[in-house]
Design a protein around this ligand. Structure first.
Ligand code: CMC
Length: 429
C-alpha cells in the first residue's frame, strides 16, 4: 500500500504527499511538490529533519549506534579489510575479489605521484601556514594540473579523477608536512601498501631506509577505514552541493576539505587534543566540566556529542581499542593524555548533563591520541581525516552525478529583512 502524509494548511485545505521508504531507516515525506501546490516552503535550518538525497552508500542508526558501509558493519570492515578494500566497496558497492583488489590496488599505487610542478605550488605558502589551509589550496589546484579528467559527463574521466584523488591525497598531505618541517619531499614508493607509503612519505628521509612498523601501519589504516564515509555530514553535503552545479571533482573535494576544517566537524580531533593539553591534569577535570555545563562559557567538551549518534559512536569504541594497541606497541601505556582522556570519559558519561543530552564520545575523542602517538603533529590531524574521507566524498559525488533525479542544490529561505523600499539619493540621506 502506498503510504501518504497529509498536511493541513491554515485555511483548512488538506494536501497529500507520498511517503517514501528506504531499505532500512526512517521513511521520508516527499515534499518536492509542496511549494508548487501551496506556495509555502519548509523551514529546517541545519537539516534536522531533511533527507537531502537518496543514497546506497552509508547507513547510520544513531539511536542504536550502528554504522554500515554498503550494508557491512564498520566493526567487521575494521577487522577483516584494509583501507583500499573499503575504498573499493564504497566506490563500487561490493567488496572486491582477490583479483579485483589486486587491480584496484595497482591502479591506486600508479597514481600516487603528483605533477612535478605541484612541488612549486607549495613554496608559495608560508612554512608556518596551517596545513589545512595548504591542503585546501593544493587540492583545489589539482584541477589546474589534470585537465584531461575534468569532463564530469564522461564516466571514464570521473573514474580517473576518483583514482587520482584517492591516490594523491596521501602524497599531498605528506608534502604539506614536509614543507612545514623543511625536509625534502619524499616520492611515493610503489612496493609499499597505501598506508605504509603514507607513513614513509611523512616520516622517511632520503638519507636512510624507512622501515614501517606493521602495528602502526594497521592502526593508521584503521583510522582511515573509520573515517572513510559518514553519510550526509556537513563536508559530504558540501561536496554534493558544490558538485551539483557541475563543478569538477577536484574543486568539489577542496570545498569538502574547507568544510571539514571547522572544529564542530573534522577539526574536533585537533581541538580535542588541545583541550586535553589545557586541562593538563585529572585533578582539573571537575573544574573543566563545570565550565562545559555553563552555557555562558562557550566551552564544549570536544570529542563528545554528535548530531546523529545519540548512543555510543561505534567508531569511538574501535578507536579506543586502536589507541590501546598503539600505546602498548610504543611502550606509552602510561601516556599522560590517554590516561586523562580515560578519566574524562568516565566522569562525563556518568554525569547527568551528558546523560540527559545523550552525549557520548565520538570518533575524534581518541583519534587525536592515536595520531599523536604515531608522531603526527596536532595541526595535521584534520588533514589525515580529509585524506581518509576523500573516498567517501568522491563516492557520494559519483553517486550524485549518476542519479537521474540530481538537480542543482538550491535551498530557499524565510526572508526577515526589510520589505521593498525606495532608494533616497545620497544628497537626501
Ligand atoms: N559539550 C557540551 N555540551 C554539548 C556538547 C559538547 N560537546 N555537544 C552538545 N552539547 C549540548 C548543547 O549545548 C545542547 O544543550 P542544550 O540542549 O542544553 O542547549 C545539546 O547538547 C544539543 O547540542 P546541539 O549543539 O544542538 O547538537 P548538534 O547536533 O547541533 O551538535 C555537535 C552536534 C557534534 C556539533 C556537538 O555535539 C559538538 O559541538 N560537539 C563537540 C565537537 C565535536 O566533537 N565534533 C565532532 C563530531 S564527530 C566527527 C565529525 O563528524 O566530524
Amino acid at each position: 500500500m502506498d503510504k501518504k502524509a497529509t498536511l493541513t494548511l491554515h485555511d483548512g485545505k488538506k494536501i497529500e504527499f507520498p511517503v517514501l521508504s528506504g531499505s532500512i531507516g526512517p521513511d521520508v515525506v516527499d515534499i518536492r511538490t509542496l511549494y508548487g501546490k501551496t506556495g509555502v516552503f519548509t523551514y529546517d535550518p541545519g537539516f534536522l529533519s531533511t533527507a537531502s538525497c537518496n543514497s546506497t552508500i552509508t547507513y547510520i542508526d544513531g539511536d542504536a549506534g550502528i554504522l554500515l558501509y554498503r550494508g557491512y558493519p564498520i566493526e567487521q570492515l575494521a577487522k577483516h579489510c584494509d583501507f583500499l578494500e573499503v575504498c573499493y566497496l564504497l566506490l563500487n558497492g561490493e567488496l572486491p575479489s582477490a583479483k579485483q583488489k589486486g587491480e584496484f590496488d595497482d591502479m591506486v599505487t600508479r597514481h600516487t605521484m603528483v605533477h612535478d610542478q605541484l612541488n612549486r605550488f607549495f613554496t608559495g605558502f608560508r612554512r608556518d601556514a596551517h596545513p589545512m589551509a595548504v591542503m585546501v589550496g593544493v587540492v583545489g589546484a589539482l584541477s589546474a594540473f589534470y585537465h584531461d579528467s575534468l569532463d564530469i559527463d564522461d564516466p571514464e574521466h570521473r573514474k580517473i579523477s576518483a583514482f587520482r584523488l584517492i591516490a594523491k591525497l596521501p602524497t599531498i598531505t605528506a608534502m604539506g608536512y614536509k614543507y612545514t618541517t623543511g625536509q625534502p619531499f619524499m616520492y611515493p614508493k610503489n612496493d609499499l601498501s597505501y598506508t605504509a607509503n603514507f607513513l614513509r612519505m611523512m616520516f622517511g628521509t632520503p638519507c636512510e631506509e624507512f622501515k614501517p612498523n606493521e602495528v602502526l601501519v594497521r592502526a593508521l589504516d584503521r583510522i582511515f577505514i573509520l573515517h572513510a564515509d559518514h553519510e550526509q555530514n556537513a563536508s559530504t553535503s558540501t561536496v554534493r552541493l558544490a558538485g551539483s552545479s557541475g563543478a569538477n571533482p577536484f574543486a568539489c573535494i577542496a570545498a569538502g576539505i574547507a568544510c571539514l576544517w571547522g572544529p564542530a566537524h573534522g577539526g574536533a580531533n585537533e581541538a580535542c587534543l588541545q583541550m586535553l593539553e589545557e586541562i593538563g591534569d585529572a585533578s582539573k577535570i571537575g573544574e573543566f566540566i563545570s565550565k562545559v555545563k555553563d552555557k555562558n562559557s562557550g566551552v564544549r567538551l570536544m570529542g563528545f556529542g554528535h548530531r546523529v549518534y545519540k548512543n555510543h559512536d561505534p567508531r569511538a569504541k574501535l578507536m579506543r581499542e586502536t589507541c590501546h594497541e598503539v600505546l602498548n606497541e610504543l611502550g606509552l601505556h602510561n601516556d599522560r593524555l590517554f590516561k586523562l582522556a580515560l578519566a574524562l570519559e568516565k566522569i562525563a558519561i556518568e554525569d547527568q548533563y551528558f546523560v540527559e543530552r545523550k552525549l557520548y564520545p565520538n570518533v575524534d575523542f581518541y583519534s587525536g591520541i592515536v595520531q599523536r602517538a604515531l608522531g603526527i603533529p596536532v595541526s595535521m590531524f584534520t588533514c589525515v581525516f580529509a585524506l581518509a574521507r576523500t573516498v567517501g566524498w568522491i563516492a557520494q559525488w559519483q553517486e550524485m552525478i549518476a542519479d537521474p533525479e540530481y538537480k542543482i542544490g538550491r535551498p530557499r529561505q524565510l526572508y526577515k529583512g526589510a520589505p521593498r523600499r525606495e532608494v533616497v539619493p545620497l544628497a537626501g540621506r
